[in-house]
Design a protein around this ligand. Sequence first.
Ligand SMILES: Cc1ncc(C[n+]2csc(CCOP(=O)(O)OP(=O)(O)O)c2C)c(N)n1
Length: 327
Amino acid sequence: MTSTSTASRPAAAGLARELYRTMARIRHFETAASRLLASGELPGFLHLSIGQEAVAAGVCRTLTDEDYLTTTHRGHGHCIAKGARLDLMMAELFGRTPGYCGGRSGSMHLADPGLGILGANAIVAAGIPIAVGGGLAAATRGRGQVAVAFFGDGAVAEGVFHESLNIAALWRLPVLFVCEDNRFAEMTPTELHLSNPDITAYAAAHQVEAESVDGNDVLAVFDAADRAVRRLRAGGPPFLLHCRTDRWHGHFEGDAQTYRPPEEVDACRERDPLRILAERTGDDAGLAAIDAECAREVEHAVEWARAQAAPGPEAVRAHVYQREVVR
Ligand SMILES: Cc1ncc(C[n+]2csc(CCOP(=O)(O)OP(=O)(O)O)c2C)c(N)n1
């Protein structure tokens, strides 16, 4: 446990359990969402981060509610790890009124400004400049806040990724750029969409320091994120954390992944971040109890969300910009 080598044994065990709980909550939430979509109960479209939970858990463990976060179309894990409520998230997926966005957004626009979650975003790379804006606000206030932008390897090929790194470096903003590299942008492998598959090299081009970590090892992610966030809070320049990880499910639920040999997907499951942590800690009984608690918590969230009302037709014009037409 590199991150906790100086901590006492109970503190290290406590941290491991905490990180495991976050990953298990994400795993159970998304497994339930997958089942509910397949059975026809959930409307909409889902992109799941099953297999990638260690990135969300490890990075968000270093943040407080005062810090900002932006995420992508694959953002359930980041929101849960930042403290979003499972019941309100599930209600949003069901399209019910108490959901985070009144049941009007579904999976891809989840937001909770109170927790610093500035939003999931269906447009690839569009959350990155929003996090830079959060970084500018943080730098202006000078209270040691940071902003984190989560994005995939596909976002690195977008112009706005480079514009964001450039301005964050130039203005020395407290932004942690977290690239969750699952080796695919939809069905396209990284080597077919990036001229240089070494993602840290793009950071170097903008004078941004970067580090690559095993994104399935939650303690390694936490350790690297913790060092980076401490530097940002102390006034250091932006940083890019490149996390190599694995997407187990298709790009979206329903994508049969015919573009990947089945053995490759099986190999991903061999690198299960929850199992890796369990093996490292040897705390089987403790983690099994946490797992069971998370399963029950998700079950309750589903039952509660299912029982809520959907917005009625009278709400159709709410939150919609309407220009008054003068005749
Ligand atoms: C600007 C833009 N271009 C294309 C799309 C269609 N699209 C949705 S997700 C995606 C791939 C994103 O890949 P990556 O950034 O690696 O994230 P991942 O899906 O692997 O989490 C694409 C091309 C989009 N939503 N926005």
